[in-house]
Design a protein around this ligand. Structure first.
Ligand code: XLS
Ligand code: NI
Ligand code: NI
Length: 445
C-alpha cells in the first residue's frame, strides 16, 4: 500500500523556483550534493528521521486522543500486521523525503508481546525486514535505542531503579537492541535516561542510583566491545520531564559523570535542542561545551516554544538559533558518526499526510541555511580572530608563567604588587560581533 500517494519521489531541490512548479513541496536550500565547507550538504548534515514521533505517535496529548491518520496504531489491528504497515509507511517516507538516515527505539518497530522472549523474536523479525528495506532504499540507521521509560515497570527508573530486577530487565532490552543496531549497521547507539532521575528526594539515594547507572553504562560498553560493534555510544542529556530531575542534566553534568566513573572516551553526547533550552542553556552553549571538551557526538534537531516549559519537539525554524551551534560543530571538524536526527513532532492539528513532509522539508532547509551561514563564519574568520585577540595574553609568556606548575600564588602576588599591577578593562565588543554575524546571515546565498 502506498501511504503518501500525493508525494513525488524524492522531494526535489528547486532553489527559489515558485512552489506551484513542484506541487508545493521542494527543498529551497537543502541541495544534498552542494559542497559546503569541504563536504556535500548531505555528508555535513547527515539527516535522520525519527520513527517514534512520525510513525508511532497518534497525536495524543495528556488531555486528548490521537488526531493523526496512522491506521497501524488503531485498536484491534494485529500487532505484527500493524508493525509491518508502519514500517512500510516509514520507509516510503524516508525514500520520498530523500534523507539518508533514520533512528528508532525497539518498541517503535516491534510489538513487546507478553515477555522478553516474544519481544526478542518480534524485534528480530522486524529488524530483518528493516534490513531488506534499507538495502532497497539505501537508507541507513543513524542510531538505535531501547525504550526504558514507557512501561510501568520503569516508573522508578531503569538502571537507577531501587529494584535490581528492573535493572536486569533493562539490561536484557539494551542487549537485544544494541545487537539489532549492530546487525543493521547502525552508526551509533543512544541512551536517553528518561526516568533516570527522581520524583522526590524524600525516597531517593542519589549516590546509590549514580553507582547503578555507571555500572549499567560499563556493562553496555563492555558488551559493545564483545560483539564488535564499532558505532559510537551516546548519552542524551535532558534536565527533567518526565522526571522532576534527571541525572543526565546537561552536557557538563554528563561530562563530570563520565569522568567520575571512568567512562570518558566510551560515551559521547547526543545534544537535543529543546533539552538544551529546558536546562536553561542555549543549544549553542551545549554544543560548544561538548565540542570543546571532546564529548560531542550527535544532535537531536528540534526546537521548543519559549512560552512553554516543556519538550514541545517542534520542527526547527530559526537560522539565527542554529547557525552559531553549527559553526561550533564545523569548527570542531564536523560530525564523525553522528548527524542531525529530527526528533520532531507535528502539532496535533497537522493531520494531513503531507504535513509530515512540510515539517521535515522546512526544518531541513532551515538547517541547510544555518550550515551556509556557519561556513561563512568559518571562512570569514572574524570570530576566531576576535577570540585570538581576546586571549592573546594567555598565549604569551605571562600565560605560560601562570600555568607553570612551579609558579605559586605568593609569587604571582609579589610580582603584582612590585610591578604596580593596574590592568585596564577591554571591550568585549559583543554588539559589534552580533552585528557581524547578522550581516553574514543576511548576505549568504
Ligand atoms: C525525549 C527524547 C527521546 C530520545 C530517544 O525527550 O528526546 O526522544 O531522543 O529516546
Ligand atoms: Ni531526543
Ligand atoms: Ni526530547
Amino acid at each position: 500500500m502506498v501511504f503518501f500517494p500525493d508525494i513525488a519521489e524524492p522531494v526535489p531541490f528547486a532553489g527559489t523556483a515558485p512552489s506551484d512548479e513542484t506541487g508545493g513541496l521542494a527543498y529551497r536550500v537543502y541541495d544534498p550534493s552542494r559542497v559546503v565547507a569541504g563536504k556535500t550538504m548531505a555528508e555535513q548534515l547527515r539527516i535522520a528521521v525519527c520513527y517514534w514521533h512520525s510513525f508511532n505517535w497518534p497525536g495524543a496529548d495528556i488531555f486528548g486522543h490521537g488526531t493523526f491518520d496512522r491506521p497501524w496504531l488503531e485498536p484491534g489491528v494485529d500487532p505484527m500486521d500493524g508493525a509491518m504497515a508502519k514500517q512500510d509507511a516509514a520507509f516510503e517516507f524516508f525514500a520520498k523525503l530523500g534523507t539518508p538516515y533514520y533512528c528508532f527505539h525497539d518498541v517503535d518497530m516491534a510489538p513487546e508481546g507478553t515477555d522478553l522472549r516474544e519481544f526478542r523474536s518480534n524485534l528480530d523479525a522486524m529488524v530483518d525486514r528493516a534490513g531488506e528495506k534499507m538495502a532497497e532504499t539505501g537508507v541507513e540507521l543513524l542510531w538505535g535505542t531501547a525504550n526504558l521509560f514507557s512501561h510501568p515497570r520503569y516508573a522508578a527508573g531503569a538502571a537507577t531503579n531501587p529494584d535490581p530486577d528492573v535493572f536486569t530487565h533493562a539490561a536484557a532490552q539494551v542487549r537485544q537492541m544494541l545487537e539489532a543496531t549492530h546487525r543493521l549497521g547502525g552508526h551509533n547507539y543512544v541512551l536517553w535516561g528518561g526516568r533516570e532521575g527522581y520524583e522526590t528526594l524524600l525516597n531517593t539515594r542519589m549516590t546509590q542510583e549514580a553507582d547503578q547507572l555507571a555500572r549499567f553504562l560499563h556493562l553496555v560498553a563492555d558488551h559493545k566491545r564483545s560483539i564488535g560493534f564499532d558505532g559510537t555510544l551516546l548519552i542524551e542529556p535532558k534536565p527533567q520531564e518526565p522526571t522532576k530531575h534527571q541525572y543526565d542534566y546537561d552536557s557538563a553534568t554528563v561530562h563530570g559523570f563520565l569522568e567520575r566513573y571512568d567512562l570518558l572516551g566510551e560515551y559521547f553526547v547526543n545534544i537535543e535542542v529543546n533539552h538544551a533550552t529546558l536546562s536553561g542553556h542555549s543549544f549553542h552553549h551545549e554544543v560548544a561545551y561538548a565540542v570543546d571538551n571532546g564529548i560531542f557526538g550527535s544532535v537531536d534537531a528540534n526546537r521548543g516554544d519559549p512560552q512553554n516549559g516543556w519538550d514541545t519537539d517542534q520542527f526547527p525554524n530559526s537560522v539565527d538559533d542554529l547557525a552559531p551551534a553549527v559553526y561550533e560543530i564545523l569548527r570542531g571538524g564536523g560530525f564523525t558518526t553522528g548527524g542531525f536526527n529530527f526528533d520532531t513532532k507535528l502539532r496535533r492539528q497537522s493531520i494531513d499526510r503531507t504535513d509530515l513532509f512540510h515539517g521535515h522539508v522546512g526544518g531541513i532547509d532551515t538547517l541547510a541555511r544555518a550550515l551556509l551561514v556557519a561556513e561563512a563564519m568559518l571562512d570569514d574568520g572574524t570570530l576566531e580572530a576576535a577570540r585570538d585577540r581576546r586571549y592573546a595574553g594567555w598565549a604569551g609568556d605571562k600565560g605560560a608563567h601562570i600555568m607553570d606548575p612551579a609558579t605559586t600564588l605568593a609569587g604571582l602576588a609579589d610580582a603584582a604588587v612590585e610591578g604596580g599591577s593596574d590592568p585596564k578593562p577591554v571591550s568585549g565588543r559583543q554588539e559589534w560581533l552580533e552585528n557581524h554575524v547578522n550581516a553574514m546571515t543576511w548576505s549568504v546565498s
